[in-house]
Write a protein that binds this ligand. Structure first.
Ligand code: ADP
Ligand code: GN1
Ligand code: MG
Length: 371
């Protein structure tokens, strides 16, 4: 399909949500790995976000929208009763002219629109120490605002998401059916990944075991609080919103804490080609945790602190495993730009795990005084 045709189709879809005026332009936006995101500019009104939900990942997209509405209304009410001492924005779901939270095209595509958080920007990797505590503050604010949103009110929109042993199981299934792994054909990078996973299999149960023993309990989690899902005020550089709400559901806050730290403490980012030089920066870790605890201290238990180190390590391992599995499976889950893209991403995460492990005592020295 040529560009003009594509644009016309996008305009037709955007028109379903653009009750405020004529569309002036639509362009791709952000660098998410799952959905397709566009920024729609209008002739005489504010722009908005248009997204094609990835229905291979989210098989019940209406439930995703149901969760998003419950979340947005809960946080709106909470902020109304107890405002924060800074500007905090929640993306609003825009409705179609039929009054629906989504538009289903004839070809089955599932589309939704959100208000664009004006004056904001996002970053693919952590840029500074000041930003680190803002990233932590953003996750702490998310947990603070949802600490009284009963997780059972939310549907499970992505079964097994962050249940690490299940990713290991999937990996083993993919490996068993992967014909391209015949000995002679394996690259050194693939061998490194295979050995890396095999040496760390015992690690995958740590959070799920703590949950089963009642040491950690289920709460409302974000599920995906990496750096580029946090929006910053362009003028003040303060965090002002957390987006990408598709995985807001019942889970362990440790998945969030671990994910935010694995993303926030790797200043070269997830797509770094010189993967052997990836490092987990403990200074950034201290910044993120300080910012997080400034909002989260009141609802964390003694055990919650005990599992922070393991959470960082296991979530980083889990993401490496997810990327590597997807590479072996033929790149069916994450968006890729070239066939080895997921392999490179897994190498970056595995190298980050090694860096985390080599600094365990330093990381615990940061966590312990913060209790
Ligand atoms: P994906 O699931 O593919 O990651 P996201 O929902 O995270 O999709 O959107 C992709 C990017 O678009 C985000 O990382 C963020 O930078 C930007 N974005 C998403 N929603 C908004 C919004 N409401 N306002 C401003 N920027 C947004
Ligand atoms: C995906 O959609 P995005 O790019 O914000 C993924 C996360 C991963 C992340 C790694 C629903 O997040 O779990 O940590 O890529 N989201 C989903 O970049 O799988
Ligand atoms: Mg995203």
């Amino acid at each position: 399909m040529d560009r003009n045709n594509q644009l016309n189709q996008l305009i037709e879809i955007g028109d379903q949500f653009s009750q405020q005026g004529q569309i002036a332009n639509i362009q791709t936006f952000g660098s998410g790995n799952i959905n397709d995101t566009f920024l729609v500019s209008l002739q005489a009104a504010k722009p908005f976000i248009l997204q094609r939900l990835n229905t291979k990942v989210f098989r019940e997209p209406k439930l995703v929208m149901q969760n998003m509405r419950i979340y947005a209304e809960h946080v709106r009410d909470r902020l109304h009763k107890n405002p924060l001492d800074r500007q905090w924005e929640v993306p609003q779901i825009l409705q179609t002219s039929q009054g629906l939270d989504y538009f289903q095209a004839e070809n089955g595509e599932f589309w939704r629109s959100l208000s664009f958080i004006e004056g904001s920007q996002s970053f693919d990797k952590m840029e500074s120490l000041e930003q680190a505590s803002e990233v932590g503050y953003a996750l702490g604010t998310f947990h603070h605002l949802t600490s009284d949103l009963a997780p059972m009110r939310l549907e499970d929109t992505l079964e097994g998401f962050h249940v690490t042993p299940r990713y290991l199981q999937q990996y083993e299934e993919v490996l068993a059916n992967c014909s391209s792994l015949a000995d002679g054909k394996r690259s050194p990078e693939v061998n490194y990944c295979l050995q890396f996973v095999s040496a760390r299999q015992g690690l995958v149960n740590v959070l799920e075991d703590a949950k089963a023993l009642g040491k950690l309990s289920l709460r409302t989690m974000h599920g995906d609080p990496k750096v580029n899902n946090i929006l910053f005020d362009k003028q003040t550089n303060l965090a002002m919103s957390v987006v990408d709400l598709d995985t807001v559901k019942s889970g362990l806050v440790h998945y969030d804490i671990g994910d935010c730290l694995r993303s926030g403490c790797n200043p070269v980012g997830e797509e770094y080609e010189d993967w052997e030089n990836v490092r987990f920066e403990t200074e950034l870790c201290q910044g993120v945790l300080q910012g997080y605890l400034s909002m989260a201290r009141s609802f964390l238990t003694e055990y919650d602190y005990v599992y922070i180190y393991e959470a960082i390590r296991v979530i980083t391992f889990e993401l490496g495993l997810r990327f590597f599995t997807d590479y072996l499976a033929g790149n069916i889950y994450f968006h890729v730009k070239y066939p080895e893209h997921n392999l490179l991403r897994s190498l970056v995460q595995f190298r980050l795990v090694e860096s985390i492990e080599s600094q365990e005592s330093m990381i615990n020295k940061i966590i312990n005084p913060l209790k």
